[in-house]
Ligand binder design. Structure first.
Ligand code: SF4
Length: 495
């Protein structure tokens, strides 16, 4: 095969939408190109061996924050054992501030930004001449109608076993400075009827789980309603074979028409990812995040009380101007609203994001290695930041996992942040670990913690046992949440 399009996905179930876009738009070169995906954690030698088995002349890699280090090793090895194979990079992790990146130095060419038309053009020049003079090619953004949709390239295996990512639009009109989409300036929709026809054929092929990567599903309400109606029609026609759709929402924009549509979805059919990030107005102003907090809270409460949608709501710790007290206040406020999950993320300094302008004034210290996590700020020292990192990890294990549905309310009491932080500090002192804690041991530790708080042994054991018996449901956070998902800040890099 002449051209291989490759990436290292975070998990097997994540089918790369970016690679499928590239293949769909290869034009005359499509017959000479194919996709070859790997999963992070695979051996470098095995990846290189499998890539070279196809005897490619060009390999294009999609580079993301989660795979840049491993792909760097893959490219370094390829350049040693097969120096004649041309390596082209693209993806968000190499689209900004890339000149000094090791992987960029190792590669032959780099396409920054949108690759849909620039990557195929570059491949044509590499294969047929004239040889491209420049190493770095700024991706050209074509009219949306010129981009071929990639959904037919999901294989039957993808449809049967993997998450199908779809997008009705690209870009975001908002400017939150910690997010790469802040650079977009606006959102660009695909032609809706064409897009819905693609969803129709995916559904006809058996697809039932659709994950929308649109930055803000509820920007254009007419479009949102049409997309929701597509799923409502499917649910009405096939109640025994339901579809499941996942959307990202901005929380302060939920007009009545949209609420009406949302309320029609039965349980288990709809999931919303909602970014709050911070409830602190000063922090919001600093990071240029426009958000009506009262409206956002009202809408989250409405969704909890009047819809069956499963709600994941995101907060980010470590933003400029946020100290632990103000973060705790926002956390408690959010828990009180009752979403199924609070996604507690730690700020990452994504390449290209404007948040860097606060570095000096707010004493922001980031890990220089991916995923560039914040280590300290003027308002949160290194030791405290690590306590927050551990809190986030234990929160996933105990709250977001859905394994302690009944116990979590008791643990949180009337001061969720402080109470869970005390648990987090305590369990870390007992285990010296945040990973590889077997479920049985975790349950025993949670039981011990309840006793530290004054509960008698029999009651603590019975409460934990009521969860540990395996009951997992989708009650709101006040009564315990369900399965964990990646953080929104990172997820926004996925497509
Ligand atoms: S955080 Fe969400 S709303 Fe803000 S710029 Fe990013 S995608 Fe847009």
């Amino acid at each position: 095969m002449t051209i291989i399009l490759s990436t290292l996905n975070a998990r097997y179930t994540h089918a790369s939408l970016g690679l499928r876009y590239l293949l769909a738009n290869m034009g005359d070169l499509q017959a000479q190109a194919r996709i070859q995906e790997f999963v992070i954690g695979a051996k470098t030698t095995e990846i290189v061996e499998k890539l070279l088995a196809g005897k490619p002349r060009v390999i294009g890699f999609g580079i993301y924050i989660w795979n840049v280090e491993e792909t760097t090793r893959v490219v370094a090895m390829l350049k040693r054992v097969a120096p004649g194979v041309v390596i082209v990079l693209g993806g968000p992790e190499v689209s900004h501030e890339s000149a000094k990146q090791q992987i960029v130095q190792l590669a032959d060419y780099l396409v920054t930004g949108w690759g849909d038309v620039t990557f195929p053009r570059l491949c044509g020049e590499i294969l047929n001449g004239p040889k491209p003079l420049m190493k770095i090619h700024a991706g050209v953004q074509p009219p949306m109608a010129d981009i071929k949709l990639p959904y037919s390239l999901y294989s039957d295996d993808d449809v049967a076993h993997r998450t199908l990512y779809v997008e009705a639009s690209r870009g975001c009109p908002f400017k939150c400075e910690f997010c790469l989409s802040a650079l977009d300036k606006t959102a660009w929709p695909f032609a809706l009827d064409t897009f819905l026809a693609e969803l129709e054929s995916l559904h006809a092929r058996g697809a039932r789980l659709f994950k929308f990567v649109d930055r803000t599903f509820n920007l254009n309400i007419k479009t949102s309603l049409k997309i929701m109606q597509f799923f409502l029609d499917k649910l009405a026609a096939n109640p025994d074979d339901p579809v499941y759709a996942h959307f990202e929402l901005v929380p302060d924009h939920l007009p009545d028409a949209l609420k009406e549509g949302i309320a029609k979805f039965p349980p288990g059919a709809l999931q919303f990812e909602i970014g709050i990030q911070s409830f602190n107005p000063e922090v919001q102003m600093l990071v240029s995040r426009r958000q009506d907090n009262a409206k956002a809270a009202e809408n989250i409460r409405w969704l909890c009380e009047h819809s069956h949608a499963h709600l994941h709501v995101d907060l980010i710790a470590g933003l400029p101007g946020e100290d632990v007290v103000s973060f705790a206040r926002g956390f408690d406020q959010l828990v009180a609203l009752g979403p199924h999950e609070v996604q507690f993320g730690i700020l990452k300094r994504l390449r290209g994001t404007p948040i860097i302008r606060h570095t000096e004034e707010y004493g922001m210290v980031f890990d220089p290695y991916p995923p560039y996590t914040i280590l300290a700020t003027r308002d949160i020292d290194f030791g405290t930041m690590l306590r927050l990192v551990r809190f986030a990890r234990y929160w996933d294990l105990v709250a977001n996992s859905g394994r302690f549905v009944n116990t979590i309310a008791q643990m949180l009491g009337d001061a969720p942040f402080n109470n869970f932080m005390a648990f987090s500090d305590w369990i870390y002192s007992k285990t010296d670990a945040t990973h590889r804690i077997a479920l049985e041991r975790l349950a025993s530790l949670v039981g011990q913690w309840l006793q530290v708080g004054g509960m008698d042994e029999a009651a603590a054991t019975a409460l934990v046992a009521s969860d540990y018996a395996g009951r997992v449901d989708a009650k709101p956070m006040k009564a315990g949440p369900a399965a964990a998902a990646p953080q929104r800040q990172v997820r926004h890099l996925a497509a």
